[in-house]
Design a protein around this ligand. Sequence first.
Ligand SMILES: *Cc1c(COP(=O)(O)O)cnc(C)c1O
Length: 225
Amino acid sequence: MSVAAKYELIKQKINEACLNSARNPDEVKVIAVTKYVSIQRANEALEAGVINLGENRDEGLLQKWEVLGDKPTWHYIGSLQTRKVKNIINIVEYIHSLDRISLAEEINKRAEHKMKCLVQVNVSGEESKHGLSAEEALPFIESLRKFEYISVVGLMTMAPLTNNESQIRECFRKLRELREQVQALDLDFAPCTELSMGMSNDYGIAIEEGATMVRIGTALVGEDG
Ligand SMILES: *Cc1c(COP(=O)(O)O)cnc(C)c1O
């Protein structure tokens, strides 16, 4: 199936999820995660009308950026090694994986303008996942006050690896509740309006629970499925 056809199906599903939850589909950004696919395939997504592309490695991002340039809005969605920050920081508009002070220090040092960062939270507590625990997230965010070039625009999480829909929903709901707690702090460096959650298998649930950014790889640009 072409990327354009897949994108149409995804937009339908987004509309349904928005209907179910009385939300406006304009509040949901689709990020095409192109980490497994060619530059050609990523370009097909752009031609189909996708605006946001996400990569989880600096090599992959740079390769695609050399060809596609600033046509897409770039998102860095993977765990980010401190020494790689300088390679990607002036290309990406958003970093979805801020999870430690040493990374914040490096972003703050290298940024040429305020960087839009999402704090990654490991809501499910699965050991294999990166991110702060829900308990650590608020004090961590408050500690970012001193970084002039960091704006905490939202929170990001990955659902637990399970087919249990209510467990997945619970994870997304907790991230939304955490966002409300951050917003209640009323911090000017942490407007925290975005919720980056939902992938190919669970973006419908994520949107019903308030996602403003869904990160879709396989279902959008995958060669099959
Ligand atoms: C790979 C990846 C995705 C997309 O996964 P799919 O299941 O292919 O949609 C989303 N978010 C992150 C952080 C990823 O690494």
